[in-house]
Design a protein around this ligand. Structure first.
Ligand code: ADP
Ligand code: NI
Length: 196
């Protein structure tokens, strides 16, 4: 099977998994991350296919999103074998995915492809889309938008995580995109507090 055809199957598979997500991790999050990962991979001369495939699948097995994370990973690997991905590629994709999440700590992924997919995921957490996803996540998890003294609010998430992400980007392309998106979040927060 050609790589383009395999990617089409992966996209359709991801649609079935994430189409109903209301927490900011829907199908279009995967689509954006896949697009950005592919773009960065081209500039960085990394393996474009593996970056794109892993980016489509990067949230599979996330404990927030799957009732049975291990089972979702097992099924996905069986699916990848069914569309004739090589075992080495399946292993690499699993390795990339397991290194993506910020919540798993500040360990830098040990491959260029892993760093690219992590950059792409983090870019989708900042800027206008990042702001929208944060309030979508907060709403879906019964979290307050903002409270002047309480800590667990969506606005607090900007200080906890989102404003730090620009300094954690690995690739030059991601750093450049992040600066612009970071500025937009800062101006959003300034306006938010003014209106508050
Ligand atoms: P990762 O993709 O690194 O695993 P998460 O899945 O935890 O990170 O977060 C993805 C996005 O979900 C965040 O960028 C943010 O928009 C939203 N999110 C996660 N945790 C919170 C939170 N506590 N409050 C508001 N939004 C959150
Ligand atoms: Ni993600």
């Amino acid at each position: 099977m050609q790589k383009e055809e395999q990617l089409k199957h992966i996209r359709d598979y991801v649609y079935t998994l994430f189409r109903d997500d209301e927490t900011g991790h829907d199908y279009y999050h995967m689509e954006r991350v896949a697009r950005i990962a592919k773009m960065i991979a081209e500039v960085e001369q990394a393996n474009e296919f593996l970056c794109e495939a892993a980016a489509w699948l990067h949230d599979v097995g996330d404990e927030k999103l799957f009732q049975n994370p291990k089972d979702s990973i097992k099924r996905t690997n069986a699916f990848l074998a069914s569309i004739l991905l090589k075992e080495t590629d399946i292993n690499t994709i699993n390795h990339i995915i397991s290194g993506v999440s910020y919540s798993k700590g500040v360990v830098v992924p040990d491959t260029l492809e892993g760093r690219i997919v992590q950059d792409a995921d983090r870019l989708d957490a900042i800027g206008a889309i990042g702001i929208a996803r944060t309030f979508a996540y907060g709403g879906a998890n019964q979290q307050l938008m903002y409270h002047p003294t309480k800590k667990a609010t969506s606005i607090q998430h900007f200080d906890d995580k989102l404003l730090k992400l620009k300094d954690f980007m690995h690739t030059k392309s991601a750093k450049e995109l992040a600066i612009e998106r970071h500025r937009f979040m800062e101006s959003f927060l300034k306006q938010f507090y003014e209106e508050w």
